[in-house]
Design a protein around this ligand. Structure first.
Ligand code: SF4
Ligand code: SF4
Length: 544
């Protein structure tokens, strides 16, 4: 029923021993409720969450500790009830080895939930409403990528998703949590598939499972038959590493190639992990946020390998202890699988949403000494991304970050195939990770300095504008005052009123007037006297 479908091949890849049986021999166990939970605020790709609690707060299981701070972000919830006893930069499992802001909860043993709001009939809700619930539940890709699921299932109004691919390949050796999830929770996985299919309006849903997982294939097929689902199909795919890579899986199932700088939605495809599908089921039907996940504890270095249902924030040391403890020869603790995982320096680190596996390797592996590249080309032969790993290595090691990008560094999925086959034992992936980190840092610095420049320009613009506004205001005020004075003067003149004069000026004018009047009076007196004298003379002449 599942394999009438034609399959395609992707370039390269490797056949590797699966080493999964040692952790699938026993049933899933539930990890004990720890006394302390350390919950990092950022466990996803995108912006860190914004804290919503402070030291001393009592919290319930499922309560929001940090809210999503932007579109590409996810909230973080309390994995159990208790008291917040510390908020600080603490060690987290990350290749950088850096600390990150975390909330420490001292659990009260009651494991008391917040009030949950299960949704019994999701089909009465719109895709947008369901996406919102997924967002509130803090669901991220549980295959390891931890990209916020609400963003991924919102491909945009232009994108038409024809095929939803549910990734149950779990191609990396040693990891078996997806296998055990499908075997034991196939109903929840299928329910999540139906929900995501409804949200993105996908016509088909293909659940891809590698052929080394017959129990999982049977369990999932049973539920599909029982529910008579005609648009959901299990596709059994060959066990070749890394078939579970998003682009490789799309190629195998559809023959389509995702463009180098594009997304699967560009070619009408959406890929989600089986664990993510089960988390979507829990969020919608039970109202439960993402506060736990299945983790594979495995490797020769641990005494009782198993799969555990673990609360996020549980210390890895407790998981190892509950798995029988370390073998006396245990030498190396890896988060993830042997190909894509990274070495941890300590087990006193919290389990995060990204943690699918803790692998303990035994025999102290003698770190092989690197030799110069002999240009054998073996790395290019196995590269599933069809890159030139040796070129990437040369440019990354010489810190030529422009050239390394010309060779499509960011198409490298860090699968480790090149490392695995390199006869010179060059730790190629370490060089690629280094180059990517450096480029991201440079990009971050560039964005920061761009932001700083834009902020400075805006400030300068604002200061100039305010200065001009002040000058304009002053000019208008002066103009208004002048007009007002003129109007007052005209009004008084029109009313025959006295124009207000300066008293000093008036006094001077009055004094001048008095002098003038006096002079005029003296002149008149003189003229009168002269006239009288003339008259007397005339009279005298007449008499004579
Ligand atoms: S496999 Fe190693 S030695 Fe061979 S070309 Fe690639 S980097 Fe060089
Ligand atoms: S790690 Fe990168 S370069 Fe190496 S094989 Fe995988 S995809 Fe290719």
């Amino acid at each position: 029923m599942s394999n009438s479908r034609h399959l395609w091949h992707f370039h390269g890849g490797l056949k590797l021993p699966s080493n999964k049986d040692i952790s699938t021999a026993t049933p899933i166990t539930r990890a004990l409720l720890p006394k302390r939970l350390t919950v990092p605020v950022q466990q996803h790709i995108g912006e860190a969450g914004q804290l919503q609690v402070k030291v001393g707060d009592n919290v319930l299981k499922g309560q929001v500790l940090a809210q999503a701070s932007s579109y590409v972000s996810a909230p973080i919830h309390a994995p159990s009830s208790g008291k917040v006893v510390e908020i600080d930069e603490l060690p987290v499992p990350h290749p950088s080895g850096l600390n990150a802001l975390s909330v420490v909860i001292e659990t009260d043993g009651e494991d008391k939930w917040i009030e949950l709001t299960p949704l019994h009939h999701p089909n009465t809700k719109s895709p947008t409403e369901l996406r919102q619930l997924i967002r509130q539940a803090g669901i991220v890709g549980l295959g390891g990528a931890t990209f916020p699921t609400a963003v991924k299932v919102n491909a945009g109004p232009q994108a038409e998703i024809d095929t939803l691919i549910i990734n149950g390949a779990e191609c990396e050796p040693s990891i078996s949590c997806d296998d055990m999830l499908m075997r034991n929770y196939a109903r929840e996985v299928i329910s999540g598939c139906e929900l995501i299919q409804y949200i993105v309006s996908a016509k088909h849903c293909l659940i891809a499972i590698e052929d080394n997982k017959p129990e999982a294939i049977a369990a999932v097929n049973e539920i599909i038959s029982e529910k008579a689902l005609h648009t959901i199909e299990v596709v059994t795919i060959p066990t070749i590493y890394p078939t579970g890579g998003e682009k490789q899986l799309i190629k195998v199932l559809t023959q389509k190639e995702v463009p180098s700088d594009g997304f699967p939605s560009d070619i009408g495809v959406l890929v989600q992990n089986v664990g993510t599908a089960a988390a979507v089921h829990k969020a919608i039907y039970l109202g439960e946020p993402l506060i736990s996940r299945l983790v594979t504890i495995t490797g020769e270095g641990v005494l009782q390998p198993q799969n555990m249902d673990v609360l996020i924030g549980t210390s890895m040391s407790e998981l190892i202890e509950q798995s029988g403890g370390y073998h006396k020869d245990a030498a190396k603790l890896i988060m993830g699988g042997p190909m894509m995982g990274f070495t941890l320096q300590t087990d006193h680190l919290p389990t995060t949403k990204a943690c699918n596996c803790l692998l303990v390797e035994n025999s102290p592996e003698k770190t092989p000494e690197s030799m110069p590249c002999i240009r054998c080309g073996a790395c290019a032969t196995v590269c599933p991304a069809q890159l030139l790993p040796q070129q990437l290595y040369w440019h990354a090691s010489s810190k030529n970050f422009d050239l390394v990008q010309d060779y499509h560094l960011f198409d490298c999925i860090e699968c480790g195939c090149c490392n695995h086959v390199c006869p010179s034992q060059i730790p190629l992936v370490q060089y690629y990770r280094f180059a990517k980190t450096e480029i991201w840092n440079m990009e971050r610095d560039r964005i920061k300095s761009d932001h700083a420049r834009i902020r400075h320009d805006f400030r300068q613009e604002r200061l100039d504008r305010e200065k001009k506004e002040r000058e304009e205001k002053l000019r208008k005020k002066k103009e208004l005052l002048a007009k007002k004075k003129l109007a007052e003067a005209s009004a008084k003149e029109a009313d025959g009123g006295v124009v207000e004069v300066d008293p000093k000026k008036a006094a001077i004018e009055a004094a001048m007037k008095r002098v003038k009047d006096k002079k005029a009076a003296q002149k008149t007196e003189k003229e009168d006297a002269a006239s009288l004298a003339q008259k007397n003379t005339d009279d005298k002449e007449t008499l004579e």
